[in-house]
Ligand binder design. Structure first.
Ligand code: DC
Length: 227
């Protein structure tokens, strides 16, 4: 059967990962959370006090970073140099620094190369900010997710509470707004809706309804040459 690439982009906490994960499961595709890759790089940079203005230091640090995704207790889990960092990369220390680090061109170039490599065989659902515009401009299906900021902050708060992280609604909202601003105004591959992306506002959509809609669009693409 024909395999496609599904690119899912959008602002922070729009439910991209949930949709991408569920869709990949239904299609039996690989799921790649590119936000987790930038978060893993950020964790490494924070731990090693990398000077972001020193290109040589940034480049040497990137050479030492290996990011992989493995199945751990049935969950897609991020590994940084063989260490399970899934929980640590979701902490606020990382959330507060990630947009700045993801704006560095050398960091982006390195991540994009790895992401393209992962998509060589197709059969992939990838979520992020620049997947439909930069990483896979020829992806067969591009989705651009949006949702009301209050709803996004509420969803993120619930997620954090479930993980036992103590944080206020205001702090979350502030972090989301700051990341949206940096992600969409940076010079290198800012967050943009690709001209051929399908926009879905999920403020009032249930998770299942949204999945059904996108699954339908994916099947349309997969069966396109067959019909
Ligand atoms: O999806 P997320 O919130 O985990 O992403 C974390 C940060 O990584 C986000 O603020 C912007 C950055 N990012 C990016 O610049 N490009 C991507 N393809 C994915 C994420």
């Amino acid at each position: 059967m024909k395999k496609i690439i599904v690119a899912i982009d959008g602002f922070s906490s729009c439910g991209k990962s949930t949709l991408a994960k569920d869709l990949a499961k239904k299609l039996k595709y690989i799921y790649v959370d590119t936000g987790a890759m930038y978060r893993a790089v950020t964790l490494f940079f924070l731990r090693h006090n990398i000077d972001l203005n020193n290109t040589l230091e940034v480049s040497r640090a990137l050479d030492k970073i290996q990011i992989s995704f493995r199945n751990f207790n049935g969950e897609n889990t991020t590994f940084l140099n063989d260490e399970n960092v899934e929980d640590e990369i979701r902490q606020m220390t990382v959330s507060n620094a990630v947009s700045q680090i993801a704006a560095i061109s050398l960091v982006r170039k390195t991540m994009v190369e790895q992401q393209r490599e992962m998509g060589k065989q197709k059969g992939l659902v990838m979520d992020g900010r620049d997947i439909g515009t930069v990483v896979f401009p020829n992806a067969e299906l591009k989705i651009f997710l949006t949702a009301d900021t209050e709803i996004r902050a509420k969803r993120r708060l619930d997620e954090m509470i479930n993980k036992g992280i103590d944080i206020s609604f205001q702090e979350i909202k502030k972090n989301l707004r700051k990341r949206d601003r940096i992600d969409s105004t940076r010079k290198d591959s800012p967050l943009r809706k690709a001209s051929d992306a399908i926009e879905i506002d999920n403020t009032e959509l249930t998770k299942d309804k949204q999945l059904q809609e996108v699954l339908f669009l994916a099947w349309e693409q997969i069966n396109m040459d067959v019909l």
